[in-house]
Structures are given as structure tokens and as C-alpha cells.
Design a protein around this ligand. Structure first.
Ligand code: SF4
Length: 84
């Protein structure tokens, strides 16, 4: 099943694990993890916590396994996603 959106809740400890697992989607900055603008339909780059912008359809299909793996590997469980 495709992932329709992914966002980061507060509490990221900038460990870099998600970017290592799925660099196409996650960009770890100095204070949090951002969802890359290239994969979002709104073209913005931030945690996506407020906007909850959908992923571009091809991304949500092609990278679903990696996004899920990154969420499972987050030590503080702040990577949230919806499936559709
Ligand atoms: S794996 Fe979790 S804690 Fe680590 S950088 Fe990514 S979102 Fe932040």
C-alpha cells in the first residue's frame, strides 16, 4: 500500500537514522528532520507537521517500504505516516 503523507512530530533528536535509511525523503537539519520539498505536493520543506502535505504519488508508492523502515527505526518514534 502506498504512503500518502509523512510528517515529523516534535521531539526529534537529530540522530540521522531516517536520512540514512531513506535520503530521498528525509533531510535531517540542526534541530529537526524535514520532509524534502522535492517529494511533497506543496513544494515546501519542513517537518510537514502543520501542512501535512501529501507526498507525490510516485514517491509514496516507490519509497513506501523505506519510509516505513525509517519510521520503525526512529528511536523516539516521531515519524508518522498515513497509508492510502
Ligand atoms: S530517526 Fe527520528 S530522531 Fe532520528 S533524525 Fe529521524 S526523525 Fe529525528
Amino acid at each position: 500500500m502506498a504512503i500518502t503523507r509523512v510528517y515529523i512530530e516534535e521531539g526529534c533528536i537529530v540522530c540521522n537514522a531516517c536520512e540514512t535509511t531513506c535520503p530521498e525523503v528525509f533531510n535531517v537539519t540542526e534541530d529537526s528532520c524535514h520532509i524534502r520539498s522535492e517529494v511533497r505536493t506543496d513544494g515546501q520543506q519542513d517537518t510537514n507537521l502543520q501542512a501535512k502535505s501529501p507526498l507525490k504519488e510516485a514517491i509514496g508508492t516507490e519509497l513506501a517500504d523505506q519510509i516505513e523502515e525509517a519510521a520503525e527505526g526512529c528511536p523516539v518514534e516521531v515519524i508518522k505516516f498515513d497509508k492510502g
